[in-house]
Design a protein. Structure first.
Length: 65
């Protein structure tokens, strides 16, 4: 999988509560793909989820402001 996380876009900060298991999953994703932090792991997982689960009409680029 080609990883493109260096796009120019506005970043949003969030404080989240996750389970210990989810934290371990993030650590594994971070290590597997050589990411700089868990934020990048979350970004990668969100992109994968978008590609696999969301119908084209529900993707963010089609959302109305």
């Amino acid at each position: 999988m080609e990883l493109k996380l260096r796009e120019w876009f506005w970043m949003v900060q969030a404080v989240i509560n996750i389970s210990e298991r989810a934290n371990r999953v993030l650590a594994v994703v971070k290590a597997k793909y050589g990411l700089n932090g868990k934020s990048q792991a979350i970004e990668l997982m969100a992109r994968e989820c978008e590609e696999r689960m969301l119908e084209p009409a529900l993707r963010p680029e089609h959302a109305k402001n």
